[in-house]
Design a protein around this ligand. Sequence first.
Ligand SMILES: [Zn+2]
Length: 148
Amino acid sequence: MSDNVMIVTTSDPLAMPPEERRIAAFNLLCELRPEGWNEELLVSDTPVFFSGVEAAGSVYCPFCGTEIDDWLSRELCRLEESDPSMLTTVTPCCNRQTSLNDLDYDGEQGFGCVAIELWNPGDDLEPAELQQLEAALGVPVRVIWQRI
Ligand SMILES: [Zn+2]
């Protein structure tokens, strides 16, 4: 049996909602999905990369469609070693400036400084529930699913 992990993070990878809003959104998600467990509120000064289902989804250049998986792995190492808030990069295939957050990921993946993690919460969030979470957190959010 594998576990499904729901990760709710901000659409803007650098968004940092104030603490009371983070806690409000965390409590709200726990109320919406009481069957979930291992609930955790992650806060980081710098964006953390959340990979999606199977953790090995491909990533493509948003401009020319070239698969750039290997390059992304190296970029993620570079981020850890230098300044993790520097998501700006230049694509290896066609030399265009973009953000690592805006690459064309196969499945939902991406960066965030604030994330709420919940294991096996059941169904995906309904649009109305997402809106409630966004109201609590004060910024747009997205959901990333991981299978562990
Ligand atoms: Zn390209």
